[in-house]
Design a protein around this ligand. Structure first.
Ligand SMILES: [Zn+2]
Ligand SMILES: [Zn+2]
Length: 325
């Protein structure tokens, strides 16, 4: 069954996003991906070459029906984190922010992303970012998204209460204690029940609190919560994985059957243009594309045909209002 990947990044270096798009098409054809949603990673002002959808939107149009895109990861997200202290969020800041969001949709975006609440730094050059999910500018974005019926792709590493940073992630850009994120997410979801939130990276959790039980509890309480699944192999150093050594994890299998309308596939693949040389977080992450895409195809094959059709294609088509070939 051809499927939809709602979370794919392009690494175009200094302006070769066209080359990355051609590589993306080759990858999609190999793994049965009919349509991919391209989105800019959640960037902040301190990063060297921030980009947003304007870098690649025209290159995507060379392949009608294969792509949609989200915007804001390079602009809206940078603004949110620049104004991390809510005391600095004036009415004028809110108005300008909402106007930027509207311009992104006017340019053809299917929604907003990748927007970060808690984004832990996984490697050198990969930023630590935090605002609670109910930060005032996220509430503004939620209002625009609800009014325009588009989703927000939210990167929020899951922490209940607060926790010491695990030794594997200590040092570098991360603080010694990580703030709680689950309670603010509940407030974001309840604050505007019409806003479709797609919480990214279910099924490969670096910290441990993004459990099937927590996702299920939040989905029971909030019909506007969706989760995109980043499926990794049983060997990957992640927690709460949907794929166990022997097949589907039973808790995940139950949750997927119970809330089959709420899950989509978002592989978080990083597709690099052939001309891009050197190193960086995106190039490091790109080395994981192959095993992730293989694991995803295997995962879909383990679901019942009905659940596979919903999770692999139909939910994405509905939530992002896509036209899939
Ligand atoms: Zn992410
Ligand atoms: Zn991502």
């Amino acid at each position: 069954m051809p499927w939809v990947d709602v979370h794919m990044h392009l690494i175009g270096g200094r302006g070769d996003f066209g080359g990355a798009v051609e590589n993306a098409v080759r990858t999609m054809d190999r793994f049965g991906i009919a349509t991919a949603i391209i989105l800019p990673p959640p960037q902040v002002d301190s990063q060297p070459s921030t980009h947003d959808h304007t870098s690649y939107a025209s290159a995507l149009r060379r392949h009608p029906g294969r792509f949609a895109f989200l915007g804001g990861g390079g602009t809206l997200n940078a603004t949110i984190h620049r104004y991390a202290d809510p005391a600095h969020v004036t009415e004028q800041v809110k108005r300008d922010f909402a106007a930027t969001a509207e311009r992104i949709l006017a340019a053809g975006a299917s929604g907003f992303g990748e927007i970060a609440s808690l984004h832990i730094s996984a490697t050198l050059g990969h930023p630590y970012e935090f605002v609670p999910a109910d930060h005032p500018l996220l509430l503004v974005l939620a209002e625009v998204a609800a009014r325009r019926d588009v989703p927000i792709d939210l990167h929020m590493d899951a922490v209940e209460g607060e926790m010491p940073t695990p030794p594997r992630l200590a040092g570098g850009a991360n603080p010694t204690t990580l703030p709680g994120t689950i309670a603010p997410l509940g407030r974001l979801l309840a604050g505007n029940p019409k806003t479709k939130i797609v919480w990214a990276h279910g099924g490969s959790d670096p910290l441990g609190a993004m459990t099937p039980a927590t996702i299920g509890r939040l989905m029971d309480a909030h019909p506007n919560l969706h989760v995109s699944l980043r499926i990794v192999g049983a060997q990957a150093p992640m927690q709460n994985k949907a794929l166990a050594a022997g097949g589907l994890d039973p808790a995940w299998a139950q949750l997927l059957a119970r809330h089959a309308e709420r899950f989509v596939i978002g592989t978080d693949s990083f597709i690099v243009a052939p001309s891009v040389q050197g190193s960086g977080p995106g190039i490091t992450f790109a080395q994981r594309n192959e095993p992730k895409l293989q694991a995803t195809a295997h995962f879909l094959s383990l679901l019942s045909p009905e659940v596979a059709r919903k999770v692999g294609r139909d939910n994405a088509t509905r939530i992002y209002r896509l036209t899939v070939r």
